[in-house]
Design a protein around this ligand. Structure first.
Ligand SMILES: [Zn+2]
Length: 206
């Protein structure tokens, strides 16, 4: 097992310890479905030290070529932007102090139009090598949209990365993607046909 495999395996355990990822429960999602897996990204950001730890681990599993080439780290508000800000800072702590500092750029997210980048940041990333990050990858559409915007602003998307990949992505940002942890949720059940309810397993509360 390589060191990167060890880091990724430990990340799954750490996500559970910090209650970001809850497995083997009986969750009522409030939308008519029950299931055994619950993901709570808010737990990543409640204590800043938590995201610093996971960001270090994500940097450790990224290829050295990506780490070296990154000039801007960007991500969608809120989780992706907090992670991007942390990673941009951590990157410089691993580089020569004489180098150009790594830049951070947040994507603002509109409920209807999705992620967008302000004119200031569009100008900042023109001609730069950009790493796009997010806390969780679901369908991949958010990262893909961010990638399109980076390119339209003249930036080059060198990779996307996330702390947790649900392994349900149907699209990508046209660049290699790297996940610290990946885990596919087992199927959910309609509340009326939930085998856990039938077996009398109490609904998990937390
Ligand atoms: Zn149930």
């Amino acid at each position: 097992m390589t060191r990167k495999d060890e880091i990724r395996e430990k990340a799954i355990r750490d996500l559970q310890q910090y209650e970001v990822l809850m497995l083997n429960g009986h969750f009522d999602f409030g939308n008519g479905f029950h299931g055994t897996l619950y993901l709570n990204p808010h737990q990543l950001f409640r204590y800043p030290s938590t995201i610093w730890r996971f960001a270090q681990d994500l940097l450790d599993v990224l290829p050295a070529s990506i780490v070296e080439a990154t000039e801007v780290v960007t991500g969608p508000v809120t989780g992706g932007a907090l992670l991007a800000h942390t990673i941009a800072g951590l990157l410089d702590s691993r580089r020569a102090i004489t180098g150009t500092p790594t830049m951070f750029a947040p994507f603002m997210v509109d409920a209807y139009r999705g992620p967008g980048l302000s004119r200031f940041y569009r100008q900042q990333i023109a001609g730069k090598h950009v790493l796009i990050v997010d806390d969780v990858r679901n369908t991949g559409q958010t990262l893909a949209r961010c990638g399109t915007i980076v390119r339209s602003a003249g930036g080059k998307v060198i990779a996307t990365a996330e702390l947790y990949d649900r392994m349900e992505a149907t699209t990508d940002a046209g660049a290699p993607n790297f996940a610290l942890a990946e885990y596919r949720a087992p199927e959910n059940y309609a509340a009326g046909a939930c085998p856990l309810c039938k077996a009398g397993v109490p609904v998990t509360t937390f």
